[in-house]
Design a protein around this ligand. Structure first.
Ligand SMILES: [Zn+2]
Length: 251
């Protein structure tokens, strides 16, 4: 049985590349899921904001309703007074008394008109607020629809990926145990320093598959020879030739 020291550069590279491919698959799943919970949260926040808006509109509507009630009561009061004065006018003793009552009646008629104007204006505002409420409710229903879709999607992915993620995790552990200890340290360090988690990359179109900088032909040929581990001069990622990259799969 070979010890770690006996591994050839080619074997070391193959092992670390295999690990990279498995870890990239795990990353892929996490990325896919990673955006959905955030999208769900955004939609939930949006709905909460709109519900607060509805609450504010309701407060406004209540204020308007109380105002209309108050003005309606004022109008009724004035109308009752007018009726009372009309009766009093039937029983007046002289012209002076008649005129005095007439003045009071005119005052109350003015009061009725003023209340009418207030009620009309408030009713207009009330309709406007009701409209705004309706539109907000429609918007909430719309968002709730997309929220339900996103939630379902997330649940589905979580259910589907749970088994796959576990299997890949076990594979990753196994592949990790086959990687040269020093190379593994380098792998982990490079992987952590890049958001896409790529530490081992193939040469693609004469360039580094990680940072896309051109790799000189001499260096490319060295990489193909598998005599030593070569890292990209620009991004420090471990480089492998495309043949090796094609042969190693995340199985
Ligand atoms: Zn590079």
């Amino acid at each position: 049985m070979a010890t770690v020291k006996d591994f050839s550069v080619e074997e070391k590279l193959t092992a670390v590349l295999a690990l990279q491919k498995i870890d990239s698959k795990i990353d892929e799943i996490r990325t896919m899921k990673g955006e959905l919970p955030m999208e769900v949260k955004d939609l939930e926040d949006e709905i909460e904001g709109l519900q607060t808006r509805i609450g504010n509109i309701d407060t406004e509507i209540n204020t308007i309703n109380a105002f209309i009630e108050q003005k309606t009561a004022g109008k009724k009061e004035a109308q009752a007074l007018i009726k009372k004065y009309e009766k009093q006018q039937d029983n007046v003793k002289n012209n002076r008394e008649f005129e005095a009552i007439n003045k009071e009646m005119e005052m109350q008629e003015l009061e009725v008109r003023l209340n009418d104007k207030h009620i009309k204006d408030a009713s207009f505002e009330q309709k406007d607020r009701m409209n705004a409420r309706l539109k907000t409710e429609e918007k909430i229903a719309e968002i709730e629809e997309s929220l339900a879709i996103k939630r379902k999607e997330l649940e589905k992915i979580s259910a589907e990926t749970e088994i796959e993620e576990k299997a890949l995790g076990a594979k990753s552990d196994e592949a990790r145990s086959k990687v040269d200890a020093r190379l593994l340290v380098a792998y982990e360090r490079i992987r952590k320093s890049y958001r896409n988690g790529l530490a081992v990359v193939p040469i693609h179109r004469d360039s580094c598959g990680g940072c896309f900088n051109v790799i000189p032909p001499q260096r490319q040929s060295e990489i193909r020879q598998h005599k030593k581990i070569i890292v990209c001069e620009h991004c420090c990622r471990i480089l492998v030739d495309s043949d090796m990259n094609d042969k190693v799969n995340a199985k």
